[in-house]
Design a protein around this ligand. Structure first.
Ligand code: HEC
Ligand code: HEC
Length: 477
């Protein structure tokens, strides 16, 4: 070892191991992030988190690291920049063992860009900033700026290599550069012992502060909107306002809450309401943009609606093979019948895939699990109860008894007490039951997302079918 260092062109260790590892891991992670950009895939997100961690580490190391790793060593002060340019113009040689001021300028710019890219990318996944256009714009612009600066950075390294007659790219791998005379060559170990350890203590405070700030920001942006809070007041161009809370404040717990120890039956009904319209069931803002997987050929629906499970998979859970084979809901997407009996965890994973893109910010994990339970264990076979023409195989007489004793509380004996339409064009229980028995059966079983309607989930399927069959006889005018 010692022999090598005493060779004629004396090389000294300039870039310590952490600096080198940082440099090349960032290169790799940045490349991966670019290759996986566009989709909101988990690889892209993961590479973003890796870069963020590396940048935070590098900032810390900029204070705690060995001589040439420290920001103070190469911070491009106006004085240093001026001296560098003067020397350049006069053609004088100035040897910079660490970064020269121009290189340093580039490094700080790239570090700031990376931090900005990570921060904006991460904001895109938070509840508070999800779907907000300016955040996405910032992410894109910063990413392209970094991409544009990288070749300049490489070019700078090559030009400096020529000027200094040594390979600076190689130096970032071996850590060693040729030194001007009078500089002692040190081993990695010596470097660390002499230059780092005494600094670590003062730097602990800095590290502690950064961690606290990072944790604070995390908590702040991921904070759940409290149940009682009004919909976010800030302008949210890309996110629809949360559905208005039911005026029925007393029953809010029933509509949006989770019982202290939920039964499987309750979870299935809750999952059914989420399948119906999760953003109404959870009272959260819905994405405004059309779901990326929504077929362009279908222009009948757009925006939040295209994020409802039922709009892709159908009220009969049969997708393209059922009611949605044609008409304004035609998507060509298969149903979810095949998933009956699947492990709910597998279905939860599907909800995060490229076909779905429900991050945990969009639908919280506990709700995802309930909708997965519904898919696995809660579907009924609509073909068994509803004929092709929409008529129902049930007992009207038994259904009538249920309707008069239960549904009539809210809908009146004739089903006309609540008008779902307009005064001019009223829609009553009878209207819906005839128009879309598949939907009404789903709602009778599972309840109405975001509304105080009962769910018959705890009773035998026959009851729901019977009441549906009676509801079809109720007046539509
Ligand atoms: C924008 C359309 C769209 C929405 C909304 C949507 N899905 Fe899907 N879903 C798909 C596509 C596309 C597939 C893949 C179908 C295929 O393999 O042909 C799929 C597949 C599935 C599968 C697997 C089915 C199988 O047989 O492989 C399940 C389960 C599923 N979705 C559940 C849900 C649930 C639950 C929701 C609501 C939280 C939902 N989906 C919302 C488009 C959608
Ligand atoms: C506690 C009150 C309540 C009870 C009991 C109740 N509902 Fe409802 N129902 C509602 C509310 C609230 C809505 C939603 C009204 C709206 O859209 O604003 C609704 C909506 C409906 C709809 C419209 C579905 C749609 O697609 O828009 C149908 C059909 C319906 N109920 C049938 C029934 C039947 C059948 C029963 C008996 C099993 C029943 N309801 C029991 C409160 C109730």
């Amino acid at each position: 070892m010692a022999g090598a260092r005493e060779a004629p062109a004396k090389k000294v260790l300039v870039w310590d191991l952490p600096v080198r590892v940082f440099h090349w891991t960032v290169v790799g992670a940045f490349a991966i992030a670019w290759l996986t950009a566009g989709g909101r895939g988990s690889v892209h997100e993961l590479s973003g988190y890796v870069i963020l961690a590396l940048v935070i580490f590098r900032i810390w190391w900029g204070f705690a690291g060995t001589k040439h790793a420290r920001f103070a060593d190469f911070f491009p002060t106006p004085r240093r920049l001026k001296a560098y340019f003067v020397a350049l113009v006069l053609g004088k040689k100035r040897h910079h063992l660490g970064h020269n001021p121009i290189g340093a300028l580039m490094i700080f710019t790239l570090l700031a860009l990376l931090a900005g890219i990570c921060a904006s990318g991460w904001m895109m996944l938070t509840r508070a900033y999800f779907g907000i256009q300016w955040v996405r714009d910032v992410h894109t612009v910063l990413s392209y700026t970094a991409l544009f600066l990288l070749p300049l950075h490489v070019l700078g390294a090559i030009l400096s290599s020529i000027a200094e007659k040594q390979n600076l790219v190689l130096a970032m791998i071996t850590g060693r550069k040729r030194a001007s005379p009078g500089i002692e060559a040190k081993s990695e170990e010596e470097l660390f012992r002499e230059q780092t350890l005494d600094r670590l203590r003062s730097v602990e405070a800095f590290a502690f502060m950064s961690v606290m700030i990072a944790a604070g920001t995390l908590v702040w942006f991921n904070i759940e909107l409290p149940e009682e809070a009004p919909p976010p007041e800030r302008e949210q161009p890309e996110v629809a306002a949360a559905p208005k809370p039911s005026p029925d404040v007393d029953r809010r717990d029933y509509v949006y809450g989770v019982p202290p120890s939920p039964t499987l039956t309750w979870m299935l009904a809750s999952g059914g309401r989420l399948y119906d319209k999760w953003y109404a069931a959870l009272r959260v803002p819905a994405p405004r943009e059309t779901h990326p997987r929504w077929p362009a050929s279908n222009t009948a629906l757009s925006g939040a609606e295209t994020w409802r499970c039922k709009n892709c998979h159908g009220w009969d859970y049969r997708g393209r093979d059922g009611q949605y084979a044609r008409g304004k809901h035609r998507t060509g997407i298969r149903g979810i019948r095949r998933a009956i009996g699947w492990d709910p965890r597998k279905i939860v994973a599907i909800l995060g895939d490229a076909n779905h893109r429900y991050t945990n910010v969009i639908i919280p994990p506990d709700a995802k699990y309930r909708v997965a339970l519904f898919v696995s264990k809660g579907q009924h076979n609509t073909n068994r109860y509803i004929r092709r023409d929409g008529s129902v195989r049930g007992s009207r007489q038994r259904g009538k008894a249920i309707f008069q004793n239960l549904c009539a509380i809210c809908h009146g004996f004739d089903g006309k007490k609540i008008n779902f339409g307009t005064p001019e064009e009223p829609i009553y229980v009878g209207t819906y039951a005839k128009r879309n028995p598949w939907e009404v059966l789903h709602k009778i079983r599972n309840g109405f997302p975001g509304k105080t309607m009962v769910a018959l989930r705890a009773f035998r399927m026959r009851n729901a079918v019977d009441v549906l069959s009676y509801a079809q006889t109720l007046p539509t005018k």
